[in-house]
Ligand binder design. Sequence first.
Ligand SMILES: Nc1ncnc2c1ncn2[C@@H]1O[C@H](COP(=O)(O)OP(=O)(O)O[C@H]2O[C@H](CO)[C@@H](O)[C@H](O)[C@H]2O)[C@@H](O)[C@H]1O
Length: 473
Amino acid sequence: MKILFVVSEVEDLAKTGGLADVAKALPIELKKLGHEVIIVMPYYKAIADKFSAPVVIDEQTLFANHKPYRFQLRQLQIENVPVYCVDYPDYFDRNGFYTDGYHAYPDNAERFAFFAGAALQASKSLDFQPDIVHCNDWHTALTPYFMKTHSSEFFANSKSILTIHNGAFHGTHRLDQIPFLHDQYELHNQLDGDAVNFLRIGIRYANKINTVSPNYAKELLTTLGSHMLYHEFQQRKDDVSGILNGCDYSQWDPATDKHLPENFDVDNPAGKQSCKRELQKKTGFAEDPKIPLIGMVCRLTEQKGFGYLLPVLEDLLQHNIQLLIIGTGDPSIGEVLKRLAQIHPDRFIFINTFSEELAHLLEAGSDFFLMPSLFEPCGLNQMYSLAYGTIPIVRGVGGLKDTVIDMLNQPDQATGFVFENPDSTALLSCVQRALLYYYEFPESFAHMKKRAMQSRFTWQQAAQRYVELYQSC
Ligand SMILES: Nc1ncnc2c1ncn2[C@@H]1O[C@H](COP(=O)(O)OP(=O)(O)O[C@H]2O[C@H](CO)[C@@H](O)[C@H](O)[C@H]2O)[C@@H](O)[C@H]1O
């Protein structure tokens, strides 16, 4: 099959979160299965500064609202998958991808409406006639709409898939502030008040909608879990499915990870202790091998459970633990974490940065990984944690429920600790349960670590499921 993969970020080129991990790993795996895949993404300043990709198509013109949008197409390569970057400096030659560091760019809707159209234009200019146009999240959710309403003969046999990595972000913006869409009259009777909801449009127009775990797919079909899109998901319920993300073990394997001071694996676990020591040393904790080290790496946002973690953080720090949080995002969450870290320097360190290297060391050197998400479409860090023998403490929601087996429910197969209710009490008592187990049952804890390291969620399996989905269109 010929697959056009349209996405706003790709690991190694531009990354703010898990979307980028998927946008690299899945196309590579599809290619390995023998399919022809190209990726189209924006040419951000960060990419230009680092790679200065060669121009492959000098001038493209996209007409919208009677105005010509002229852009260039540049090419890079991720392993053997071609990545075509839409170079339109007015929209993408900026320091951030989506924000200036504090606020979302006010013209994000215009930028990504343009990108959703430009991706199709790029495919045409490259004479790449896709069987499948695979779109991802709200940034690219208008592509299926453009295919159905404006498409030429070129896309007559192409089908579209919309993968939802995060249903909370809809891309809702006033139509009168999106010049690129001013002459899209089909949208006028599909507005929320005076705003276009990109994700809603994508759900309506894509041939199939999927998300990144079976359990989150089920949640999207409920009133509570649908992120206010219950009606849309219900209307398309026969076309909604879930495919669990994989874990990219070529990047996240403690036996080969280049970021670690010492590698380890399930049969030779000793190196994990050196990683813990290095992590403690690097971050400023006391180098104590016995004290349980709980790590967390994530975007600082409500989604990750800070709403009920912050009120109980000081109670958590009453215990003899080392808690390390690495993250960037919402400055109001960052401020609280900073303040608490100053009050409890021996037990809590907060590092307000985005660092791949530290993320790898934290996964390897921690005893537990905390992921108390309010919602979690799939979650990748719990999979990385399992691979590194770092026991996940998670809320049983979305993909976390599909990937972590709780100690209480299935003691013989358990790989972590799971709580249900999205509240501080449930979170605190789950962490306490995990700590008790760590101290009281070291042997069983070692078995649990072994089971965790042996669990496998491969991209090969996920890619095969995507091929089945493509074939069902
Ligand atoms: N400060 C930091 N420094 C270094 N690395 C950092 C970092 N903050 C985050 N990361 C990295 O970003 C990725 C986060 O991935 P997740 O899947 O856990 O969450 P995210 O919510 O971004 O993704 C969304 O999309 C993915 C992909 O489908 C879904 O799994 C998920 O549930 C959904 O919310 C991981 O690779 C993590 O290590």
